[in-house]
Design a protein around this ligand. Structure first.
Ligand code: 0RQ
Length: 499
């Protein structure tokens, strides 16, 4: 490719020794895709050894989004994280965030790279970035995600590269990397459709900053989705019918609009149903995570192509991708998260956003992140980047959680990530509520009748009837009664049969 590079090779343990207590460390990774895999494990080992000697060792951790277990699980279990941003999905880390041992900052993912470039987090001491190739002049060829790595490489004081030979070089045929300039010198992005390319296939780093290269040969860690079930299947059916009606009413053009589909079991199942439905026109995706169900649709040529920030695939799918690289490279574009999730581009392209909620309220506000307004599940992730700017913003979830003990339709969300102003349609397995053009009183009735589980409908209607007058009817004394019952009794309403 070019003259041989001569960066210092070292083991993961030697690289971990170069990171100091208190450092801000930026790891590559957007989901387990493209995440650093061996240096964080060595750091966790080092932290444990130092803790046993009674010495402190904790770092501040920045990534593109969630990661594989090698970063968040391993470092959290070693009590080696003091601060974390912008998103996570790790059980041990979540526990420590919720009991106050780790400070966590929940952020819109599109904002991470520019917050780094603006210096909002202070200086990044070390970036640890997975690549499959690095040239002597500092071109870094990333692997299965782009995430915020191009900005981490540019902003960090020192850089460690995990050179992963498991990943075939052809993966870079999909990369399209550009870092927007900082305001006031930031021109509009010249990107008109999802598969258009405007950047380079590599990121850049100042070669002087590279303090170590660690060779690895490891696949991405795997995410397992549960199989589609009654809830995801029924939600998917409602979404498909709604989109078909929108196409028939010519509110969605017959050539379709690009789709964003969020993370999780429900979203994965909904995408599969949409792609397989014979009456939904073939579509493209402008999304941040391209997960396994999307890949299966692409393989069968049921979707046209996707712009994404990460390829979150199973190991067999990754082998398929490499074996048929010509086919996939013309259909997939891998972008940095500030482009894949760019609010201006989402608005410009007319993206239809499909995201999953934790709970939704009678106005149409959505909680994506905190149980009982207190305990973090994963975070807002990229859902706000898309929901606020989408052509149509759709939120979905089963109408109940924990065998019916929890209604996901509540009078007022206990935490609000997406306000009623950013939510057009809400869907549960019970049905769909199209909120467009409706005043708050009409919204409330429709959400209760179409989306709430029948066990909770009388309670919710009565809540609205008894609430005081106003543009939005609420009773400030009882709006969190269901949540308080749940905290006290473990169920939102007593005397309900399990569902
Ligand atoms: O708990 O694991 O203990 O059983 O939450 O719920 O039904 O499996 O849903 O996997 O689709 O994830 C919102 C978390 C949904 C996800 C969320 C409990 C439930 C279960 C998971 P268990 P399911 P999914 C862009 C898009 C925010 C980020 C985002 C998410 C667990 O979609 O993190 O949208 N979204 N990003 O039992 C108590 C409730 C509950 C509840 C569900 N009301 N109260 N527990 N659960 N509702 C992509 C990126 O950003 C990278």
């Amino acid at each position: 490719m070019d003259e041989k590079e001569s960066f210092p090779r070292m083991t993961a343990e030697e690289a971990a020794e170069l990171i100091e207590d208190g450092a801000l460390v930026a790891f590559s990774g957007f989901t387990p895709a493209g995440a650093a895999k061996v240096v964080p494990l060595a750091l966790a080992k080092r932290a444990r050894a130092l803790h046993e000697e009674g010495k402190p060792f904790q770092i501040r951790v920045l990534t593109g989004a969630s990661t594989g277990p090698s970063i968040d699980d391993a470092l959290a279990e070693a009590d080696a994280i003091s601060w974390r941003a912008p998103y996570q999905s790790s059980r041990p880390l979540r526990e420590r965030i919720n009991d106050g041992r780790v400070s966590f900052v929940d952020m819109h993912l599109s904002l991470v790279p520019q917050s780094v470039m603006y210096g909002f987090f202070g200086k990044i001491d070390v970036a640890v970035v997975e690549a499959h190739h690095i040239s002597s002049d500092g071109r870094v060829y990333l692997t299965s995600s782009i995430g915020a790595s191009p900005s981490f490489l540019r902003a960090a004081e020192k850089v460690i590269i995990e050179l992963n030979q498991y990943v075939p070089p052809e993966i870079s045929e999909m990369a399209d990397i550009v870092i927007p300039k900082t305001p006031p010198h930031r021109p509009a992005l010249d990107l008109d459709f999802p598969l258009q390319r405007i950047g380079k296939t590599y990121a850049r780093v100042d070669p002087e900053k590279i303090i170590g290269v660690v060779e690895t040969c490891k696949p991405d860690e795997e995410i397992r989705y549960s199989s589609p079930n009654y809830y995801s299947g029924t939600i998917a059916r409602h979404v498909v019918n709604f989109l078909l009606e929108e196409i028939a009413a010519k509110r969605i053009p017959k050539e379709m609009l690009p789709l964003q589909v969020g993370v999780g079991n429900v979203a994965n199942a909904v995408l599969a149903s949409l792609g397989e439905h014979p009456d939904i026109p073939k579509f493209t995706m402008y999304t941040e995570v391209f997960q396994s169900s999307g890949f299966e649709l692409m393989k069968r040529e049921l979707i046209q192509g996707a712009s994404t920030c990460a390829l979150t695939l199973t190991p067999p799918q990754m082998l398929d991708l490499v074996g048929e690289i010509k086919f996939y490279a013309s259909r997939l574009v891998l972008r940095p998260q500030e482009i894949s999730n760019n609010p201006a581009l989402v608005r410009q392209m007319g993206v239809i956003a499909l995201n999953t909620a934790v709970e939704m309220d009678l106005e149409g506000d959505v909680n994506s992140s905190h149980v009982l307004g207190q305990r973090l599940l994963n975070g807002i992730g990229g859902s706000g980047d898309f929901a606020r700017n989408a052509y149509l913003s759709i939120f979905m979830c089963p109408s109940t959680a924990k065998d019916g003990a929890i209604s996901t339709i509540v009078p007022l969300c206990s935490h609000i990530d997406h306000t009623e102003h950013s939510v057009n349609v809400v869907v549960t397995e019970q049905g769909i509520a199209d909120l467009r053009g409706l005043s708050p009183d009409k919204r409330a009735k429709l959400i209760i009748d179409n989306c709430a589980h029948p066990h909770y409908r009388d309670y919710l209607h009565e809540y609205i009837e008894k609430a005081g007058p106003g543009h939005i009817r609420h009773n400030l004394a009882t709006c969190f009664e269901l949540h308080q019952n749940l905290l006290r009794d473990g169920v939102m309403l007593p005397d309900l049969p399990a569902i």
